[in-house]
Design a binder for this molecule. Structure first.
Ligand code: SF4
Length: 343
């Protein structure tokens, strides 16, 4: 081990106890922190991938009420699972969770990090989080959040978008993991969420690492983490046709592969003349941002002359109860209410 590695390990080692002490006093009361049930932890971790804690809370509680065990989830129809996930986005997560539940229902919950990692939809980070939170295994969970706080603590200029950096920090963490693995894992996440905030705006006063953090000591908090330049998102201009005929609305299913695979939507086209489809009653613009694509949508509420066979037609209540529509169409959902139609 070279001198710099030794010094960084030494700082990390010294960071463990103050972090745990801070966490025990400052942690938020989140619903998934009341359980060690690995299935519940799995559900929370999958939901938390790419979604904010505040948005996940209500979904988590509702989802577990509907599917309290892996067996209950395994027995559900895919449509039910997608409906319960409606609005959370990244629906592949819901399908993977459903597949994972079937595997767990058949074989029991896996016990080793390697077996947990083999569940559908579970990557290194999620496997580490489940192994440490549910089973107290010294298995680091390293994501962008954790890399941000650690690269600041160590004033480390490694590019955090590089997979090798993630590996390096996972190794460093593994060497200092305390026995309270689950708490430590959550404490790292919590520090990133509450104190060592992104966009160069950490709240160093009150941080348990204020006295040992190398970035803070040299006033360079904003220089870390170092990231690769982001690719610009592709912008797609789209028309959303909310077609209504005698209280029913046209829906179509997205292709089985790709973005929002298999979900339902209002007819969505790259072009098309709304007036050719019927009487245009209202118009509205909306934007939805995915990881690599932005949809710039113009929505048209249209009174159609008949129910075309090209679509599935359903009443508003049926749509709300049975069809999983992605959050991308949220701006157009109020059109399902009667007062818009009668205008
Ligand atoms: S002292 Fe500031 S920069 Fe360093 S870890 Fe704490 S909040 Fe982040």
């Amino acid at each position: 081990m070279d001198e710099i590695t030794f010094e960084k390990d030494h700082i990390l080692e010294g960071a463990v106890t103050p972090l745990l002490v801070w966490y025990r006093g400052a942690k938020r009361d989140l619903p998934w922190r009341h359980t060690r049930d690995p299935y519940c932890i799995l559900v929370s971790e999958i939901m938390l991938q790419q979604t904010r804690v505040e948005a996940v809370k209500a979904y988590y509680l509702r989802f577990l009420q509907q599917f309290p065990t892996a067996e209950a989830l395994a027995a559900a129809e895919e449509g039910e699972v997608l409906k319960a996930w409606e609005g959370l986005g990244y629906y592949t997560r819901a399908r993977n969770l459903h597949r994972a539940a079937k595997q767990i229902a058949a074989q029991g919950f896996p016990r080793t990090p390697r077996e947990i990692r083999a569940l559908p939809g579970v990557g290194d980070y999620t496997a580490g989080a489940i192994a440490s939170i549910a089973f107290d295994l010294p298995c680091p969970a390293v994501d962008g959040n954790v890399l941000r706080i650690l690269t600041r603590l160590l004033a480390d200029g490694s590019n955090i978008d590089d997979a090798a950096t993630k590996k390096l920090f996972a190794e460093r963490l593994r060497r200092v993991y305390p026995q309270a693995s689950g708490e430590f894992c959550q404490a790292l996440m919590e520090l990133g969420a509450l104190v060592c905030l992104p966009n160069g705006a950490p709240l160093c006063t009150g941080c348990p690492w204020e006295g040992i953090c190398l970035a803070h000591a040299t006033g360079r908090e904003a220089q870390f983490p170092v990231r690769a330049e982001k690719r610009a998102r592709k912008i797609e201009q789209l028309n959303v046709f909310v077609l209504e005929h005698e209280g029913k609305f046209a829906l179509e299913q997205r292709p089985a592969q790709g973005l929002l695979a298999g979900l339902w939507q209002f007819p969505l086209r790259a072009g098309g003349d709304p007036a050719a489809l019927g009487e245009v009653i209202a118009q509205r613009r909306a934007k939805h941002i995915f990881t690599h694509i932005e949809w710039h949508m113009t929505g048209y509420l249209i009174r159609a002359a008949a129910c075309s066979d090209d679509f599935v037609w359903a009443e508003a209540a049926q749509i709300k109860a049975h069809y999983a529509l992605p959050a991308a169409f949220k701006a157009f959902m109020p059109w399902l209410d009667r007062q818009h139609i009668s205008k």
